[in-house]
Design a protein around this ligand. Structure first.
Ligand code: PLP
Ligand code: TYF
Length: 394
């Protein structure tokens, strides 16, 4: 049976991590996988998370099963973190999932269960896993215009024109903030226009939010998701705790299904539990527990927010430094978008050949589409990257 299997396409992001690890050069720079790194290049456990973990070690008395959708306290805490008071708690069905990826996967399955013919409209470009999971599930992915290469910003006109043609029954996938891979986000007026378009067509929005707190702050980063959930009839939200709590390998995420008609909550909740049962029975608990403790304890929450804010500001500082250095060395503003983008990622707009030269001649690793992880930089390596980029693109 196993002989009937075909080789599968590799995950380019994870392959790049391996290639980087094998490069013997001491001064190589890793701008690949989206993991936050501090100035020393480390990904430390956040202080509040470590303290929550210590407390939980003392308090935990059993590791017996929980319910199919995980700890209800986690669902409450995450609903509040993501949605604030945009909707009532009675409008939200929720299920814990293994990471944000698990939430994305469950959302797609829920969509397919509700409408086997539903297509999912995705920004062009989007996180490659969106496309591979949709293909795996046999759901058609339809790209909509999103990124305008010439400016490094959002092509709002193109996007709204494309979204206006999405029929009821289809789903529009939006990145809540810190768009992966481009770094280009919608502004509040553009979010409002998207809501109006969705409400005209009747298409269902799905929001993938994996970087809340990495862009303009916890509330600002969720503003688009809150506007959609508050004003559209139904909204699916896949949220990840991997980045903003730094608990990547704990696999902590949640899928929220929001309905204006609160009578739909029960059926949505029932189906989320059903889907968890079909795929893995119960979601992981440890990371969810840490998140719940941090969000529910005033001191831990303040400490977490302060550390998250330091991470956010450090990425903004690196962006400003890189944009300035590129401006100085190239004598032009063509890389000005680096400072406008938000979150970990920026698409530099280099060709695959230029990206290969950066890797081979300069030991600078970025994805083939020229996405960089800004958090992989430091004050010391920003000028190195800027010189290399200007050299290969000059
Ligand atoms: N969605 C997007 C756009 C991402 O970039 C990521 C990766 O961090 C995720 C979802 C989910 O990540 P995880 O499954 O590690 O929580
Ligand atoms: O885009 C990234 O780098 C992150 C991390 O299969 C990631 O989202 C990369 C690949 C993957 C899962 C997560």
């Amino acid at each position: 049976m196993l002989g009937a299997l075909r080789d599968q396409p590799a995950d380019k992001i994870l392959t790049l991590m391996q290639t980087f690890a094998q490069d013997p050069r001491a001064d190589k720079i890793d701008l690949g996988v989206g993991v936050y790194r501090d100035a020393a290049g480390a990904t430390p456990i956040m202080r509040a998370v470590k303290e929550a973990e210590r407390q939980w070690w003392e308090e935990e008395t059993t590791k017996s099963y929980l319910g199919l959708v995980g700890d209800p306290g986690f669902a409450d805490a995450m609903t509040e973190l993501v949605l604030g008071d945009a909707v009532g708690r009675e409008q939200v069905a929720a299920a814990g999932t293994p990471g944000g990826t698990g939430a994305v996967r469950q959302a797609f399955e829920l969509i397919r269960m509700a409408n086997p013919r539903a297509r999912v409209h995705v920004p062009d470009p989007t996180w490659p896993n969106h496309l591979s999971i949709l293909a795996h599930l046999g759901i058609e992915a339809v790209p909509y215009r999103y990124f305008y290469d010439a400016t490094g910003g959002v092509d709002a006109d193109g996007m709204l024109t494309d979204l206006a043609c999405v029929p009821r029954g289809d789903v529009v996938l939006l990145h809540g903030c810190c768009h992966n891979p481009t770094g280009a986000d919608l502004n509040p007026a553009e979010w409002r226009a998207v809501v109006d378009t969705l409400n005209r067509t009747g298409a269902t929005p799905m929001i993938d939010i994996a970087y809340q707190g990495f862009g303009d702050g916890l509330d600002a980063d969720a503003a688009g998701a809150r506007m959609i959930a508050g004003r559209c009839a139904e909204t699916l939200i896949a949220a990840s705790c991997s980045k903003n709590f730094g608990i990547y390998r704990e696999r902590t995420g949640i899928l929220l299904a929001v309905a204006q008609e609160s009578r739909l909550r029960a059926v949505a909740q029932d189906n989320l539990a059903h889907l968890n049962r079909q795929n893995y029975s119960f979601p992981p608990d440890h990371g969810a527990r840490l998140v719940t403790k941090v969000l529910g304890d005033a001191m831990l929450r303040a400490e977490w927010q302060a550390e998250l804010e330091r991470m956010r500001r450090s990425m903004l500082g690196l962006r400003a430094q890189l944009a300035e250095e590129l401006r100085r060395l190239s004598g032009s503003d063509r890389f000005g978008f680096v400072a406008q983008h938000r979150g970990m990622f920026t698409l530099l707009g280099l060709s695959p050949a230029q990206v290969a030269r950066l890797r081979e001649e300069h030991g600078v690793y970025m994805l083939g589409d020229s996405r960089i992880n800004v958090a992989g930089l430091s004050e010391r390596t920003v000028p190195v990257l800027a010189r290399a980029v200007v050299e290969v693109s000059g």
